[in-house]
Design a protein around this ligand. Structure first.
Ligand SMILES: [Fe+2]
Ligand SMILES: [Fe+2]
Length: 326
């Protein structure tokens, strides 16, 4: 795979650095528009989206889902990536100055992204996000403990690099969907502020994916076999949880049905519908394919243990034969 060296990645980061005040926050969000590409929401793929929900319900659902996506980014960046990368910095000093510089820039950029998504959610709902960052995303105790362990032992509990690769490539794909929908005359226009935040985010994340690729080589590839097997298992469990719509997706349905009186007796049906979007469902196909995840899937292909674990939990993934050079 064509991967620039760390010096080139660091130079590109400095060249393309931006101030988040360039984002047009003052215009607020346009509540008459959808906030997020519909195809990336689970309920969109269910018959009830058209049979039970009217246009205003669909828009309300979409806007709530967009807020959950922003929560996910705040979580991923603030609670997860910043902590592990901070903890890696002392080690990186002895590895390479370019790696250290890339990690420092990565950290600065993730702090900036957290602030972007926090501001965006506060504009969407001061009531939900005025004093806290999370509303739909509620961590369980064992998940919180695992995060703390990962931050303490980032080179041993290194499956986070795979998670970073998956979610950072997902970020790039999200913006591709924003752009596609904007260009497609058939689909409705998306809220310009959400569009802009996801656009700025994607600019940095494309480089973060490259840093993740380097970290796989520096850290995951050098794990001893026992540590490696444990990380493969942890990655499998994490992705199994993530690819099965449940808690947060059900809270979104509950919030929707509470706010729209005529949907009050539809909570169970709509919750069951979103829960059904797992496995090889249309929602999973829209989320995880070689088109969405070219790099991640190619990396899965090149690691037999990862490839086998991911086939168990991302059912839309199947390995492609690796072309051997002559
Ligand atoms: Fe980010
Ligand atoms: Fe990132």
């Amino acid at each position: 795979m064509n991967l620039p060296d760390l010096k080139t990645i660091g130079d590109a980061a400095l060249k393309h650095s931006y101030d988040i005040n360039k984002i047009l926050w003052h215009r607020g969000v346009d509540r008459s528009l959808y906030f997020f590409p519909e195809v990336l929401t689970p309920l969109y793929h269910c018959a009830s989206y058209r049979n039970v929900l009217d246009e205003e319900d669909r828009k309300a659902y979409n806007q709530l889902f967009a807020q959950y996506v922003s929560e996910q980014f705040i979580f991923l960046e603030d609670r997860f990536l910043c902590k592990v990368v901070e903890s890696l910095l002392p080690w990186s000093v002895g590895v390479s100055v370019d790696l250290k510089r890339c990690l420092e820039i990565f950290l600065e950029e993730e702090v900036k992204h957290t602030e972007m998504f926090r501001r965006l959610n506060r504009i969407c709902s001061a009531e939900r996000y005025g004093v806290k960052d999370y509303y739909f995303l509620r961590l369980q105790k064992h998940e919180d403990s695992l995060l703390k362990m990962m931050a303490a032992l980032p080179r041993q509990l290194n499956f986070w690099i795979w998670i970073a690769l998956i979610f950072e490539e997902k970020t790039v794909d999200y913006f591709t969907h924003y752009r596609m929908q904007q260009r497609d005359g058939q689909s409705g226009k998306l809220d310009p502020l959400h569009y802009q935040v996801h656009q700025y985010h994607m600019l940095d994340e494309a480089r973060h994916v490259q840093i993740d690729e380097h970290l796989l080589k520096y850290i995951f590839d050098n794990s001893n076999p026992i540590v490696r097997s444990m990380n493969v298992l942890l990655l499998r469990q994490t992705m199994r949880n993530y690819t099965t719509p449940k808690r947060a997706n059900v809270y979104i349905i509950e919030e929707l049905c509470n706010s729209r009186r005529h949907l009050r007796n539809q909570v169970e049906k709509l919750s069951a519908d979103v829960r059904s979007q797992k496995g090889r469902s249309p929602y999973q196909m829209a989320q995880y394919s070689r088109r969405n995840f070219p790099k991640t899937f190619s990396y899965f292909d090149t690691y037999p243990d990862i490839s086998s674990a991911m086939q168990d939990v991302i059912l839309t993934y199947s390995p492609e034969e690796i072309k051997k050079s002559a």
